[in-house]
Design a protein around this ligand. Structure first.
Ligand code: SF4
Length: 275
C-alpha cells in the first residue's frame, strides 16, 4: 500500500484526473518532469506581478513592472529548470518578449493602481470534506461586494479552471470566516490570444460542487494507493507527457497517432521516441 499524501492541490488533482498513471509517475515514483518553456514564461510573469502588487497602488505601473522584470531576469536565467531549456540568445529574447506580453496583459484587464489588494501569494491549507487541500492563491482583493479571489493564468482559456478559484474561496471562507463574493481567473493572453477575465459569483452551491468533485478525485486516488494500481488514460496529451518513455500504453497510443498522421508536429514525444 502506498502512503496517502499529506496534502492535495488543485494541480495534483488535475494531473490525476487527466491520467492516474501519470500521477503515479510524478508523485510516487518522482520521475523527472521538466518544466516546459510555456510554464516557465508563466512563472516569470507571475513573480513580476506578485512583486508589483506588493507596491503602493500609485506605483503599480507598467514602467515599474518593466523595472522589476529587468531586475529579476539575471537571477531567473540562472535557474536550473530554465537552463535545461538550452535556449540560444534569440530564443531567450523571445522568451522575455512572451513573458512581457503576459505581464502587460494585466493592464488590458484592469488598472492595478485602482485595486484594493489584501494579500498576494497567500498559502491556504485546510480540510475540505476530509481532503487535506493545499493551494497558493495569487491575490485576494476587496471590492464593493467583498473579497475577490484572483488567479493569473498564462495559457489558453479553460472555464473548468474556475473550480480552482472556487476551492480557494472555500479555503478562504474556512480560514477567515468571510465568504468571498467573487472568484476570478485573469487570463493574461499573448500575441495570439487576447487577455480575458473569467469569473463567477461565489455561492455555497458552487463551492460545494467543486469540493465534492475534489473529494471524489481524492477517494479514487486513495483506492489506487491501496491497490498500488494506477490505470492509464491515453489521449492526445500523451504526446506531451514527460513520462512517455516509461509508459507502454502511452507509447502504443502515440505511435498509432503518428502512423495515422494525427500526432502534432510539435509533440515532444516525437523526439523522445524517435518518431
Ligand atoms: S503517456 Fe499517456 S497514458 Fe502514459 S502516463 Fe502519460 S498521459 Fe498517462
Amino acid at each position: 500500500m502506498f502512503k496517502v499524501p499529506r496534502s492535495f492541490s488543485y494541480s495534483s488533482a488535475s494531473v490525476y484526473k487527466q491520467c492516474p498513471r501519470r500521477w503515479k509517475y510524478k508523485y510516487i515514483d518522482k520521475l523527472p518532469d521538466p518544466t516546459g518553456e510555456a510554464a516557465l514564461v508563466g512563472t516569470f510573469a507571475h513573480d513580476v506581478l506578485e512583486q508589483l502588487c506588493k507596491e503602493e497602488p500609485a506605483l503599480r505601473t507598467e514602467q515599474k513592472a518593466n523595472e522589476i522584470a529587468r531586475n529579476n531576469w539575471s537571477e531567473f536565467a540562472e535557474r536550473k529548470d530554465f537552463k535545461k531549456l538550452e535556449l540560444d540568445e534569440d530564443s531567450k529574447r523571445n522568451f522575455r518578449w512572451k513573458a512581457w506580453d503576459a505581464i502587460k496583459g494585466l493592464w488590458r484587464l484592469e488598472n492595478p493602481s485602482q485595486v484594493e489588494i489584501e494579500a498576494t501569494e497567500q498559502r491556504l491549507s485546510t480540510s475540505l470534506l476530509g481532503v487535506p487541500f493545499f493551494g497558493i492563491v495569487d491575490r485576494i482583493d476587496r471590492d464593493e461586494d467583498g473579497l475577490v479571489v484572483v488567479d493569473y493564468k498564462t495559457g489558453k482559456v479553460r472555464h473548468e479552471n474556475l473550480d480552482q478559484v472556487l476551492l480557494y474561496s472555500a479555503a478562504v471562507s474556512e480560514k477567515t470566516g468571510e465568504q468571498p463574493s467573487k472568484a476570478r481567473l485573469m487570463y493574461l493572453g499573448n500575441r495570439e490570444i487576447d487577455p480575458q477575465i473569467v469569473e463567477t459569483d461565489v455561492s455555497e452551491d458552487l463551492m460545494t460542487k467543486a469540493i465534492t468533485d475534489l473529494s471524489d478525485t481524492w477517494n479514487k486516488l486513495k483506492n489506487n494507493l491501496d491497490s498500488e494500481e494506477f490505470e492509464t488514460a491515453t489521449g492526445p496529451l500523451c504526446g506531451w507527457c514527460s513520462f512517455i518513455e516509461n509508459c507502454p500504453d502511452g507509447i502504443n497510443y502515440v505511435r498509432k497517432r503518428a502512423d495515422s498522421g494525427r500526432l502534432k508536429p510539435d509533440a515532444p514525444a516525437r523526439s523522445l521516441l524517435g518518431i
